[in-house]
Design a binder for this molecule. Sequence first.
Ligand SMILES: [Zn+2]
Length: 273
Amino acid sequence: MPELPEVETVKRAIAPMITGKRITDIFVGSKGLRWPFPKSLESALEGKRCGAPTRRGKYILIPVFNRQILLIHLGMSGSIRIYANRPNLQKHDHFALGFEGGEWLVLCDPRRFGFVDLFSESEIESHWLLKNLGPEPLCEDFTVEYLMAQTAGKTCTIKSLLLDQTKVAGIGNIYAAEALFMAGISPKRQAKTIQRARAERLVPAIQLILRKAIKAGGTSVRDHIQPGGEIGYFVQSLQIYGRSGEHCVKCGSIVKEIKQTGRTTFHCSLCQR
Ligand SMILES: [Zn+2]
């Protein structure tokens, strides 16, 4: 599933193409994605000018004149591609926008777990998908003190807490594994046992991993590719994710793979306590 760095990569790639540009063509697939497309989508977008896209957690938010927000979520397998000219849409291309100047933005989503929504700018704080999101991990609100307040008294594991979008927005399975490895913290550790020393390692580890991944254009595992068609090069920098059975890069012992609430977790039981 695309996580914060992959979505940020998409946002940065589409920004120069769509900012200030008018939407001249729209394709809305008949199947819908996780939910049906909003009914008014075509009429609401036709001929409208887009503002600069932003990102919140794993959501891309595109302001559309007049005071509306087009929200795109990539789901499990979604990707956005950009084209210089009208492309021949393929089977899994479910939503596409053509812009003045001829460029196209296409949302491809084979598993159709993604979605598109359109709502008034005034609802941005109260929108049901956005209102409960925790702070952005790369913003100043995400501090050691904040993390300690969130972990206090929690019996869930630290890994599941990091995946909880209401605690911190945008982290998924890959970056939780990488950050916990960098910080030397076991993913099986109960959240409430994260005291200051571990929190002081974990917060900067999360931020460093995410910044590096954004710089590399995200991680290409399974379906994620950058909108221009390049892979995300952070896949080459993964230290623990996907490495079960290999030697730990820090200590040489064998990396283990376990299941935690249905998700695969990779860890080194020697380096992560
Ligand atoms: Zn190790």
